[in-house]
Design a protein around this ligand. Structure first.
Ligand code: ZN
Length: 146
């Protein structure tokens, strides 16, 4: 696929997440809640996490807040990815995403809709926007092991 075709495919996937963010809604009453703020851009989100008692997997991950389009699309993609995984697997995905954005791994290593966020690598000032939900989830799981 040509570079511009890839770029427009990335854009389409991100726009789709912006229009209909997955797992977006109030987090009231959810057992784990964590706020994240990116002062560079003003993105502010809250994640809510529900763990399953029997297998310690994240049975539900929700978010709300206000942020730029990259922040919101990234949060939407993250909540889909993290739901159903256990803490170790989620932390490994977060680490991988950080490495991908820092160009320590090739973009092709990104799976599913995460790949659409790799376009952000061309815009270093937006990397914090893409990372916000992911670092917020990491903070939450470090404080409250699922
Ligand atoms: Zn932002």
């Amino acid at each position: 696929m040509s570079h511009s075709a890839l770029d427009s495919m990335y854009r389409e996937i991100l726009m789709e997440h912006q229009k209909a963010p997955r797992n977006f809604g109030p987090t009231d009453g959810m057992p784990i809640q964590q706020e994240g703020f990116n002062p560079l851009c003003g993105d502010r989100i809250t994640l809510g996490i529900q763990c399953s008692d029997d297998d310690h997997k994240l049975s539900e991950v929700r978010f709300h807040g206000e942020g730029c389009s990259i922040c919101m699309a990234s949060a939407s993609i993250l909540t889909e990815l993290a739901t159903g995984l256990d803490r170790t697997a989620v932390l490994a995905e977060i680490e991988k995403f950080r490495d991908l954005l820092a160009s320590k791994r090739p973009a092709e290593d990104a799976e599913g809709d995460v790949e659409a966020l790799m376009g952000v690598r061309q815009f270093p000032v937006r990397i914090k926007c893409a990372l916000l939900a992911w670092t917020t989830l990491k903070d939450a799981l470090e404080k409250h092991p699922c």
